[in-house]
Design a protein around this ligand. Structure first.
Ligand SMILES: Cc1ncc(COP(=O)(O)O)c(C=O)c1O
Length: 970
């Protein structure tokens, strides 16, 4: 029996069978009376068979007549083999009683039919976003498949398929003519030829075995929705080929998905390598094979839709096939291969190129310019000036530098971009040099000189040095000797040193994800200039985020958690933006502490000035502690006129409890369920948020009593019924009093921040405050999160409820991040503390803290931040509410001003919390440049409490990205 040979066969239209005919085959040949629906396929005819209740029984596969029985037997055997060897769920043949496993049918010609196990769970078909963990799982499945099939063989695998990348170039040559557009055709032919040159030279060293040949999103199955894939279907391309082709096929199809690109496939490559380590030749061949596969996909897709115009599966695939091709080719082969080597830890360290003679005769007086994220020159948003680099260089020259030289391989903050959906190209592949006066350069090695206006290259055995800028080439002719005069420069020049065999042009700046690959093509020009390498310069290579996180986990108690599984290394902030070490800027939607924004220059200057002048404790008599106390008291209604200064929200709440206990002589406290009030012994006791402490409800001391969270959206009383919470809470307080435990205080956030920014039901605080006061207790407002104008309409959130508390606690915003908190109460309550002794906090109310507090209050006013919170907050809320009309996942939008919470639910009727979805959305938002986090006991609320200086443009960016994620997946 001859096996299929693509190059001998005519086209492969899918067998033309209707679901009715398929139903008859299932009944007659396999004794199965089933409901039938057609499934798409490029080559076979597939039908889903279900029982009367709609439960899938299996998949009826009518193989393309071009394929022989041994080929189908091989596929069934391989599916069973992999399942047994690796425990991977596979689409194995379902043997029916009384029927052969493969049935021969005469349908005009002979075709083979069989029933394959249906794997429940759904595939990762389509172009939607795949999480890095899903990408890795596909690589892992490919690796385990190869590991298993290495021990498998069968007479039906030696077929000649167009999908066998060993025939990839031939396939492209045969089919490319079908690509009508000549530019596209040439692009495919040339990319395939370039890839083939590399692969052909490595072919002898590439191991060959049986492979599945089509492990793609369409052909993997997940155990649950959105889960990692754990099963493989469709063994129709089973063949003998290069082992690494299994990975190349999987990687290529990953490129079709939303937001993908070569770097996004790296988790799959890592995962494959971890299971089935790639040999050196396989590492070198991998990306060329990805490009080749993408070319094969395109030409085959065009060809298939030509011979089988009716096959909508094939024609609709063309768009994503072109996308795969375009993305596979977007990074030069050698660059991506170097990047893969680096990622797998198998890169050989490239040698530094050093000239025989330095490029510049005199290196004294040369100043290195640090343009990194951590550079002091970047403070105050300096990098946002379009000519920042030039200005800094001119400054250094004016200060007497002989020349100024930037750093090689450094991610430059000056190349960063705010509100960017992908990482910007920040990493320098050369250096910029500004000479103080005209400077003659000498040839570092003998070689050939090529010039054009404003550019000169010298190529010798060491490599190529390229100069770009205002230069006058020396009159040397085409070749120069080492040490001969090369050119005179009298302005800033760009210097790049390229290695031999490097991919032609190397962009001046590249994206950090590809920096290792691109930097492998070049060498540090500092060594050619005669300067010490950048490794020793102030802006030398920095520790990456993963390495830093490992160090952190060794030295810093891990219970102090971090955001994100793979957190970026954030080293700078500016207004509502946070910037990582690679110069990637993120929109910060969570930092409610930094109300003025990050890196506030005036605040920084004030602190620095005060540090130089005085910092001591409040037992000394100085003006700022008085001024801050007066200013705070002035923001509050009578009789709240007496201030304590502390260092944090926990301390403020703790002190408030002590004050209430001292003033009432009682011990019991009533708090609201699901709240967080701090980490000290007393504030932890009254915190019952299980998001902050999973054991919170089980570990309450007897003096703590809770009333239900007055949640009008999903609590016991919803909508208008929420008015029932207040009488219930008041009843609880009266009940405690009647039992002989009248509470010292009732404490709650007057706008429920920790529950996601929920307004309390109207009249709630008025009723509960009245009840607690009626029993002789005090009302404490925890304004740590929601005070200071954040809600836009009110400076203090308790104003929304039309009440005046007895004690107000504030922190966070009050210091814009400086440890600073306050308790403001009445003189009488404050004086009652005397019964406890005296109150002293070493740093609370220090001169530095006080000037910070005053500057924050000034800036709040002059920068009109409360007004901004109102206008941008309302705009943000309106836009998200509008999004909710299109995306049912958004259950509701809580909050006011710039304290908002987007509650995500799986079902608007049951309100089932969309917990995994919320976590996934936060991860995807980070990839798109937005920092947002879940909150609430169910962790299904996106909390939005950005710096209050956030612009409307940034708020729009947030909503646009949320819409993109809700539309394309997470
Ligand atoms: C409502 C509330 N109160 C108190 C605190 C404790 O503040 P700090 O972290 O400054 O101790 C927090 C902190 O998240 C809070 O959200």
């Amino acid at each position: 029996m001859t096996l299929f040979d693509f190059f001998e066969a005519a086209g492969l239209p899918v067998p033309a069978l209707t679901p009715e005919q398929a139903g008859q085959i299932a009944a007659r040949q396999f004794g199965l009376d089933a409901q039938v629906s057609a499934l798409g396929s490029q080559q076979d005819a597939n039908f889903l068979l279900s029982d009367p209740s709609g439960e899938p029984i299996g998949v009826l596969k009518i193989a393309n007549p071009a394929f022989s029985r041994p080929e189908l037997e091989a596929q069934d055997a391989a599916a069973a083999f992999i399942a047994a060897a690796e425990g991977i769920r596979t689409a194995t043949n379902i043997e029916r009683p009384g029927a052969p496993s493969i049935v021969e049918i005469d349908a005009g010609g002979t075709v083979f039919a069989r029933i394959i196990r249906y794997l429940p769970g759904g595939t990762l078909s389509g172009d939607g976003y795949l999480r890095p963990a899903q990408v890795a799982a596909i690589g892992d499945l490919a690796g385990r498949t190869c590991r298993a099939l290495a021990a498998f063989d069968h007479p039906g695998v030696d077929r000649v398929l167009q999908w066998d990348l060993r025939h990839g170039m031939r396939t492209v040559e045969v089919l490319a003519a079908h690509v009508g557009d000549v530019h596209r055709r040439q692009a495919v032919e040339s990319a395939a030829a370039g890839a083939w040159r590399v692969v052909a030279a490595l072919a002898e060293d590439l191991p060959v075995q049986v492979i599945h040949g089509d492990i793609t999103g369409d052909n993997v199955v997940c155990a649950g929705t959105g889960e990692r894939p754990d099963g493989i279907i469709d063994f129709g391309d089973l063949m003998r080929s290069w082992t690494v082709a299994e990975l190349a096929v999987a990687v290529a199809t990953l490129l079709r998905h939303e937001g993908s690109g070569p770097a996004a496939t790296l988790p799959a490559i890592h995962a494959f390598h971890a299971v089935r380590p790639l040999a050196p030749a396989e590492v070198e061949a991998l990306w060329p094979l990805v490009v080749l596969r993408s070319a094969v996909l395109v030409v085959s897709g065009v060809h298939q839709s030509w011979i089988d115009a009716e096959n909508s599966y094939a024609t609709s695939a063309l768009q994503h096939e072109w996308r795969i091709f375009q993305r596979a080719s977007e990074i030069p082969l050698e660059v991506m291969t170097a990047q893969i080597r680096h990622e797998l830890g198998v890169a050989r360290p490239a040698e530094q190129i050093i000239g025989e003679v330095p490029l510049i005769p005199e290196t004294r007086g040369i100043v290195r310019l640090d343009l990194s994220v951590e550079s002091d020159a970047m403070d105050g948003g300096a990098w946002l000036e379009p000519d920042c680099e030039e200005l800094l260089a001119r400054e250094a020259l004016a200060a007497g530098a002989a020349a100024v030289v930037t750093a090689f391989g450094q991610p430059r903050l000056t190349r960063s971009a705010t509100l960017s959906q992908t990482s910007p190209a920040t990493v320098a592949t050369g250096v910029q040099m500004w000479p103080a006066t005209a400077l003659a350069l000498t040839a570092p090695w003998p070689g050939l000189v090529e010039t054009e206006t404003g550019a000169l290259t010298l190529t010798g055995t060491a490599g190529t040095v390229e100069l770009r800028g205002p230069l006058r080439p020396a009159d040397t002719g085409d070749s120069v000797a080492a040490g001969a005069e090369l050119a005179t420069i009298d302005g800033p020049v760009w210097i790049q040193v390229r290695r031999h065999g490097c991919h032609g042009e190397v962009p001046r700046f590249v994206r950090p994800e590809y920096a290792a690959g691109w930097l492998d093509q070049v060498s540090d020009p500092a060594a050619v200039l005669g300067l010490p390498s950048d490794a020793g310069s102030p802006a030398g290579p920095d520790e990456d985020s993963a390495a830093l996180r490992q160090r952190r986990s060794r030295a810093f108690a891990e219970v102090q958690e971090h955001y994100y599984e793979h957190p970026p290394r954030i080293e700078r902030g500016w207004r509502e933006h946070l910037i990582d070490i690679d110069g990637r800027s993120y929109l910060d939607m969570v930092n409610n502490v930094a109300i003025l924004g990050h890196g506030h220059p005036e605040l920084a200057d004030t602190v620095a000035r005060q540090w130089r002048r005085l910092n001591t404790n409040s037992r000394f008599n100085y003006a700022s502690v008085v001024a801050l106390s007066e200013r705070l008291a002035a923001t509050l209604p009578d009789p709240l006129d007496t201030v304590f200064l502390v260092n944090s929200g926990s301390e403020a709440d703790d002190l408030a409890l002590r004050l209430a206990m001292a003033a009432t002589g009682r011990h019991d406290v009533v708090a609201v369920a699901e709240a967080y009030h701090g980490w000290t012994y007393a504030t932890d006791a009254i915190s019952t948020s299980i998001a902050d402490n999973p054991n919170a409800l089980a570990t309450r001391p007897s003096w703590v009593h809770t009333v239900p969270s007055p949640n009008a959206y999903r609590g016991e009383h919803r909508g208008n019924d929420a008015s029932k919470y207040a009488p219930e809470a008041a009843g609880k307080i009266r009940e405690l009093a009647a039992q002989g435990n009248p509470p010292a205080a009732f404490i709650c956030e007057p706008f429920y921040g920790n529950a996601g920014g929920m307004a309390l039901p109207d009249g709630y605080l008025a009723a509960v405050y009245a009840a607690v006061r009626a029993t002789g207790g005090l009302a404490i407002a925890d304004e740590v999160q929601v005070g200071y104008g954040r809600t836009g309409r009110w400076f203090w959130a308790f104003e929304q409820q039309g009440v005046v508390p007895d004690i107000v606690c504030v922190a966070k915003a009050m210091g814009n991040g400086q440890p600073l908190g306050a308790v403001i109460t009445t003189k009488a309550i404050a004086d009652a503390y005397r019964t406890q002794g005296y109150f002293f906090s070493s740093a609370g109310g220090s001169p530095v803290s006080c000037v910070v507090g005053l500057t924050v209050l000034d800036a709040l006013e002059t920068e009109r931040l409360q007004e901004n919170a109102l206008s941008v907050g309302d705009h943000l809320k309106a836009r998200i509410n509008h999004l909710a009309t299109r995306h049912p996942l958004i259950g509701t939008v809580h909050g006011s001003g710039l304290y908002l919470g987007v509650e995500l639910v799986r079902d608007r009727a049951t309100l089932e919390p969309a917990v995994e979805e919320t976590a996934g959305i936060c991860e995807r938002m980070r990839e798109l440049g937005v920092i947002v986090q879940p909150t609430g006991d169910r962790q299904n609320v996106l909390k939005m409490k950005p710096p209050m200086c956030i612009t409307r443009e940034s708020a729009d960016y947030f909503v646009d990205m949320l819409e993109r994620v809700l539309t394309t997946g997470w």
